[in-house]
Design a protein around this ligand. Structure first.
Ligand code: NAD
Length: 506
């Protein structure tokens, strides 16, 4: 099948932004004309520069925060049904511009076009539609209290939410932050990862077609230590929502904590998949291939620690090998490709260090052969999926988040053994259990220390279902109605219904 070449597709993508020079930031509903330091985004498939962009400095953060504060005031004062209508128009615009938004993530992050133009665009649109359905239904409570008073709660937006996102699913990461924040009446200052900044900028410019008040959504680019840090420290940005590594999340929480600023953190993972011998083992193996290798393993909820009950071991490995044989590694612009490159040379080198560690430690490697792998001819950052078997559970390979297509496999005998091993992790983002036994599935889903548990499934999400990590995988929840109190302040209002009498008076 023929498809566009990277230079051709990159030229089209660049034509969607103004001028010939570095692409500006989006502030107060327009391209910011301010020039400044620049940085380059690289196409990981070819290793070539995709676009030059402008670094947002402290003054840009000031301007964006001011614009967001102003816009959020009028946005929140609006009839909720009007907010909902605009958010639905935003969702429609995302679908309309889906081919370009998808192309941006494919060129910028190496994520296959079969996913970016379809699942990712649809997920982004649905997130906005979900919050469009919430924004005119936000309400407090009338709480029964002692005689002489009424007490009501009132939900109020923070005002300006600072959102900082990673590079792995650029469009959906951005909308996962934007949709609930604006749905709860806030303005947003978003900083996407410097490795994949393009789709968020495109999204911001598309928002101008939808009636979203100028300034409600601002997108600033630049390194985390510069632009991100200014956002975290900005006194008028009262709430920080962050997705990224546990190390950076901890640093942001430290800064925000010192300022007594509220933070929600979606962090790393090393998620277990437990497969019992009574399960549909072939289906479990296909699920493992998807969960572990989709997006080249650069998924926070990737199932990367596999616990297989001993009688099912051979069948599982055979089915996994068979499933991987179907996968095509290569150019993500090719609609038949399943796995593209890793995000950067640095990330590939990082994953390669883990692969070398496996070899050094004499770990048994399960042979996986993909249907095609033409990635290496393209000049980018490609790797082949790998599974290490029967490692020491304390090996770094088995404990640390690799964020690449590398899985560890262990055999187990008893349920208790599997549960103890699965919970023996600093992380607690997700877990997947495969069994035909309802009682066992129920028991394990209650005992697994993870914010998300999938039974006979992997990696399903919905805008209406809460999402968040246990332990070092995060603080707070996003998505679902549970996100409302992460993004809004709750005020308790007491009104005397009788003349107030002092407790001292009698
Ligand atoms: P990262 O932590 O390096 O960067 C994330 C974002 O933080 C980027 O935008 C970066 O510029 C910014 N940043 C870096 N230093 C900063 C600082 N000092 N102050 C403010 N901002 C700063 O993460 P990454 O490498 O982009 O992404 C991979 C990580 O993200 C993995 O650990 C993965 O598990 C995690 N992740 C988690 C989820 C989740 O929902 N739990 C989802 C996707 C990715």
């Amino acid at each position: 099948m023929t498809h566009a070449s990277h230079p051709e597709a990159a030229r089209h993508l660049r034509s969607l932004f103004p001028g010939q020079g570095p692409v500006p930031n989006w502030v107060a509903g327009q391209w910011s004309t301010k020039t400044g330091d620049t940085f380059e985004s690289i196409d990981p498939t070819t290793g070539q520069v995709l676009m030059e962009l402008t670094v947002a400095d402290e003054a840009d953060v000031d301007q964006a925060a001011e614009a967001a504060a102003g816009a959020s005031t009028s946005w929140w004062a609006m009839d909720g049904q009007d907010r909902a209508r605009i958010m639905r128009a935003f969702a429609d615009a995302i679908r309309r511009h889906g081919p370009d938004l998808g192309l941006a993530d494919t060129l910028d992050a190496g994520r296959p076009i079969r996913d970016t133009r379809t699942r990712d665009v649809e997920r982004a649109a649905r997130l906005l539609e979900y919050w469009a359905g919430v924004t005119d239904r936000l309400r407090g409570a009338n709480i029964p209290v002692q005689p002489g008073y009424t007490n009501v709660t009132r939900y109020e937006p923070y005002g300006v939410v600072g959102a900082i996102t990673p590079w792995n699913y650029p469009l959906t990461n951005a909308v996962t932050k934007i949709a609930p924040a604006i749905g709860t009446g806030n303005g947003v200052v978003l900083k996407p990862a410097e490795e994949s900044p393009v789709s968020a900028l495109l999204l911001a410019s598309i928002s101008a077609e939808t009636g979203l008040p100028p300034g409600l959504l601002n997108v600033l680019n630049g390194p985390g230590e510069i632009t991100g840090d200014h956002i975290v420290r900005h006194p008028d940005i009262e709430k920080i929502v962050f997705t990224g590594s546990t190390t950076v999340g901890r640093a942001i929480a430290g800064t925000a904590g010192a300022m007594l600023k509220s933070v929600s953190l979606e962090l790393g993972g090393k998620s277990p998949v437990i497969v019992f011998a009574d399960a549909d083992v072939a289906r479990a193996a296909r699920a493992v291939a998807f969960s572990g290798f989709n997006n080249q393993g650069q998924t926070c909820t990737a199932g990367t620690r596999l616990y297989i009950q001993r009688p099912a071991l051979d069948a599982f490995i055979e089915a996994l090998q068979e499933e991987v044989t179907r996968l095509r590694v290569g150019d993500p612009l090719d609609p038949t490709t399943h796995l593209g490159p890793l995000i950067s040379d640095q990330q590939r080198a990082r994953v390669q260090r883990y692969l070398d560690l496996g070899a050094d430690h004499g770990a048994e490697q399960i042979t996986l052969t993909t249907e095609a792998n033409n990635g290496h001819q393209l000049g980018g950052y490609f790797l082949t999926p790998t599974v290490f078997a029967h490692l020491d559970p304390n090996d770094a390979l088995a404990r640390e988040e690799i964020f690449g297509p590398v899985l560890s496999l262990f055999a187990f005998d008893t349920e208790d053994e599997a549960l103890t091993a699965a919970n023996d992790s600093a992380y607690g983002l997700s877990a997947s259990v495969w069994t035909d036994s309802l009682t066992r599935a129920t028991r394990l889903s209650q005992r697994l220390q993870a914010g998300l548990v999938w039974v006979n499934a992997v990696n399903v999400l919905n805008a209406g279902s809460p999402y968040g990590g246990y332990k070092q995988s995060g603080v707070g929840l996003e998505m679902g109605l549970e996100a409302i109190t992460q993004l809004m302040k709750v005020k308790s209002i007491w009104t005397a219904t009788e003349p107030w009498a002092s407790p001292w008076s009698g």
